[in-house]
Structure formats: structure tokens, C-alpha cells
Design a protein around this ligand. Structure first.
Ligand SMILES: Nc1ncnc2c1ncn2[C@@H]1O[C@H](COP(=O)(O)OP(=O)(O)OP(=O)(O)O)[C@@H](O)[C@H]1O
Ligand SMILES: [Mg+2]
Length: 245
């Protein structure tokens, strides 16, 4: 059975969808089969990052409400065929039935090595539905105490979900010069507030934004691609020291 991971944050706009997508790409590059499911109803983004916005006909709601089978609704990423995308319902506020998502994720985990659930901002229904279905969480924050404190709140709320066996932290949008001169110790306060074990530190980098908004891969030799490759390797259980991204 594959892993089912919820990508969540509390605070909006910190990079959940970006981290979800490029982590999925990096896992796929390791030969893993990955499904990314977007829970942000009406506020889609994964389809653009994957370069498939013209091909998405069906969505998560079509699957959970039984109108179409999952294999007909998922679309492979335009540049990474091992990564499949299931877009969020197109209508804002469409409810996702927790049990249906749970069953879909369990069925997906027989076929996919990783099912990544891209949660919406906040700790409302989308977060809860995702937390109910997942078996681990990746909490995303930016390196500021407001986002980090929200990440900590999310971590506490995840205590209500005993199915979430582990939680890891990605600190996103860290200034590269800070990464270069600092060590994990300098991010200690953020890690303490967020209350989760560090999985990766992603630089603030225009190529991340450019790739995400044009549906293209990250430049292969750039720092962001290396960082996501390391995140994927750590999820796979490899030991890669965090001081070097
Ligand atoms: N490491 C990064 N470097 C540069 N830009 C980034 C980085 N991470 C994310 N961004 C940009 O920040 C913006 C927000 O990212 P994203 O949509 O992934 O956040 P989110 O947490 O999913 O937002 P929401 O809470 O609305 O779902 C996007 O324009 C994205 O391209
Ligand atoms: Mg998002």
C-alpha cells in the first residue's frame, strides 16, 4: 500500500500547492507512481503547474460522487508521466464527503506509491477531510513566526486525527542568501513553533514561480530541483543531512 500524505499549512499562500507538486515530480523522478489530489474546491492550481489545464475535463467531485471512475478523471502531468493529477471540483465550496475521499485514497494507494492531498488554506472542512483520509502530514510554512505559529496550530489540530502517524515540516520561500550562510539552527524558532520534524528548506526562487505558472519542470541543475530531490529522497527514507538543503 502506498503512502497518503496531506500537504497543509494553516496560513494561506505559503506554497502548499507548489511543494505538493514539485515533491510529486521529484518522487516520480525516483520512479515512484504519484497521484496529487487537489482539495481546494474552486481554486485550482495543480492543473496549471502540470501543464494540463486544457485537458482537465473531470474532477475530484465527479469521482467521489460516482459520476466517473478515478482512472478516467486523472490526467498525467505534461512533462512527468508518473505523476497524475486529480483536480479539485470546479465550483467553489463544493463539499467533499470525508468517507468518499477516504475510500478513494485507500483505492489509490493500491496503485500509487504516493497519494498527495493538496489542502486548501485554513483549518476548515477541506483540511479536516484531508486529515481524515491521510496517514501522514507535510506541514508547509514560510520562515516567519506568523506562518510558523499557524503551522503549530495545524500540528495541534492534527492530534485529533490518530490516523496521522507522522508529520514533517517544509520551510518554503527562504531567501537563498539565508540558506547559504545559515544552518538549520537558524531556523530553530520556526521549527519549534511549527512543532514538526524538518523535511526540507526550499529557497525563494523565481524559477519556482516561473515553472509553476508555465507548467514546466524546474531547471534540472538549479537549487530548487536539488532541494525537492532531497525532500523526495528523505520521504523514501534516505538520510540526507539538512544543513545542505
Ligand atoms: N519557493 C518559492 N519561490 C518563489 N515563489 C514561490 C515559491 N513557493 C511558492 N511560490 C509562489 O507563491 C505563490 C503561492 O504559492 P502556492 O499557490 O503554492 O501557495 P498555497 O499555500 O498553495 O496557497 P493557497 O493557500 O491559496 O492554497 C505562487 O505564486 C507560487 O508560484
Ligand atoms: Mg494551494
Amino acid at each position: 500500500m502506498g503512502d497518503i500524505a496531506l500537504i497543509t499549512s494553516g496560513k494561506g499562500g505559503v506554497g502548499k500547492t507548489t511543494v505538493c507538486f514539485f515533491t510529486g515530480v521529484a518522487l516520480a523522478a525516483l520512479g515512484r507512481k504519484v497521484l496529487a489530489i487537489e482539495l481546494d474546491t474552486g481554486l485550482r492550481g495543480l492543473d496549471i503547474m502540470a501543464g494540463i489545464s486544457q485537458q482537465t475535463v473531470f474532477h475530484l467531485g465527479d469521482v467521489t460522487e460516482g459520476r466517473i471512475s478515478a482512472d478516467r478523471a486523472v490526467v498525467p502531468c505534461s512533462f512527468c508521466p508518473n505523476l497524475h493529477i486529480l483536480p479539485a471540483p470546479f465550483t467553489p465550496g463544493s463539499p467533499i464527503v470525508p468517507q468518499k475521499l477516504f475510500e478513494l485514497c485507500r483505492a489509490a494507494s493500491r496503485f500509487y506509491d504516493y497519494t498527495l492531498l493538496d489542502a486548501p488554506a485554513g483549518v476548515g472542512e477541506g483540511f479536516r477531510v484531508g486529515a481524515y483520509a491521510a496517514d501522514r502530514a507535510i506541514i508547509v510554512t514560510t520562515p516567519d513566526i506568523i506562518a510558523a505559529r499557524d503551522a503549530g496550530v495545524v500540528g495541534q489540530l492534527l492530534d485529533d486525527f490518530p490516523n496521522i502517524a507522522s508529520r514533517r515540516l517544509v520551510i518554503n520561500r527562504v531567501e537563498p542568501r539565508d540558506i547559504a550562510k545559515s544552518s538549520v539552527r537558524d531556523l530553530d524558532e520556526v521549527i519549534d513553533l511549527a512543532g514538526a520534524q524538518l523535511l526540507g528548506v526550499v529557497p525563494m526562487d523565481h524559477t519556482v514561480h516561473l515553472s509553476a505558472t508555465t507548467g514546466a519542470p524546474l531547471p534540472a541543475k538549479g537549487l530548487p530541483a536539488r532541494v525537492f530531490a532531497n525532500i523526495a529522497a528523505r520521504l523514501e527514507g534516505a538520510y540526507i543531512p539538512l544543513d545542505v538543503q
